[in-house]
Ligand binder design. Structure first.
Ligand SMILES: NC(=O)c1ccc[n+]([C@@H]2O[C@H](COP(=O)([O-])OP(=O)(O)OC[C@H]3O[C@@H](n4cnc5c(N)ncnc54)[C@H](OP(=O)(O)O)[C@@H]3O)[C@@H](O)[C@H]2O)c1
Length: 284
């Protein structure tokens, strides 16, 4: 039996915890919330309750020794200050506390394709050097480096936009803060179930120091998604975001080559299959 510690029982962390519990592994998960701790207990997952940035964050933190550690922390807000607190300070505290434990087999750090910045629609793969074009992107990269330089065997799993049950993907079609009209940017998506499925492959075959992109097979433009949705019978009477700036080739197209090379086969290889499943389960 493997012992698995999930640092961050959020949308993704909770799904990973559930999955490994269902495979009878011993699982612990970190949360700040007493309610969520009770929910974790009911699933057979041992909760670790602590705010890594709170008033008692400097107090000694005992975390369970585990064979595999998944770091899935995300800030509550998109401000640079919150990014720094969560991705640099909280992750740093966690890594420091882990030093008291026996060495894990592997730490999987969930990061973001945001470290590549905007590539005007060009393809990006694991070997492409990151070039963050915002302070938030630079913080994401700093956090990755902190993990890779921690002395633990670790790999980085850079995720695209996560969607799935209870996380409505339509939000990704709307304009971003500061934009007058949404740009017809390339999106790189991944269904929650594929993050969970890939995790098992990464535990077994992921290379120490490796970078893996957690995106499905088909980068897609926003306009293609709205066009497809508009053709679905269930969406005929729904209001979709209006047209996009057509002169835009912003974003990037991310390749999941390294993950595929480990033998992972996607349950939802493109947005159409993933969204269709959500439509069928009335989640979209
Ligand atoms: N969402 C996306 O589309 C996306 C895209 C690319 C990469 N990612 C990365 O994927 C990972 C998972 O994202 P997600 O959307 O599943 O995250 P999420 O649902 O927002 O969950 C974040 C988790 O971090 C925990 N957390 C945050 N600050 C904490 C602190 N100070 N102390 C202790 N725990 C703290 C939260 O604790 P509570 O349980 O107390 O709330 C929660 O469990 C993250 O690493 C994120 O950066 C996400």
């Amino acid at each position: 039996m493997h012992h698995i510690f999930i640092a961050g029982a959020g949308y993704t962390g909770m799904a990973v915890a559930r999955h490994f519990r269902s495979k009878n592994q011993k699982v612990w998960a970190l949360t700040r919330s007493a309610d969520k701790a009770a929910q974790l207990e009911s699933l057979g997952v041992a909760p670790v309750v602590r705010d890594l940035c709170g008033a008692s964050s400097e107090a000694p933190l005992k975390i369970p020794p585990a064979h595999f550690v998944v770091i899935s922390l995300a800030p509550d807000e998109r401000s640079e200050e919150s990014y720094r607190k969560t991705y640099v300070e909280a992750v740093g505290r966690l890594l420091a506390a882990m030093k008291a434990n026996p060495r894990p087999f592997l730490v999987v750090y969930l990061s973001s394709i945001g470290v590549y910045g905007d590539r005007a629609g060009a393809w990006v793969e694991e070997s492409t050097p990151p070039e963050p074009d915002s302070e938030r992107g630079r913080i994401l990269l700093e956090a990755e480096n902190q993990v890779l330089e921690s002395g633990f065997p670790a790999l980085i799993f850079r995720l695209g936009g996560i969607y799935g049950p209870s996380r409505n993907p339509l939000a990704r079609l709307r304009k971003k803060e500061g934009e007058s009209q949404a740009r017809d940017a390339w999106l790189n998506l991944i269904h929650l179930e594929d993050i969970v499925g890939a995790m098992e492959v990464l535990f077994n075959k992921g290379k120490e120091g490796g970078i893996y992109l957690g995106v499905d097979d088909e980068p897609v433009k926003r306009s293609e998604i709205t066009g497809w949705l508009a053709r679905q019978p269930d969406f005929m009477d729904r209001v979709l975001p209006p047209g996009f700036k057509t002169d835009s080739t912003s974003g990037k197209r991310c390749s999941n080559k390294n993950l595929k090379a480990l033998g992972y086969s996607f349950r939802f290889p493109n947005f159409r299959e993933g969204y269709q499943a959500l439509i069928h389960s009335a989640e979209l």
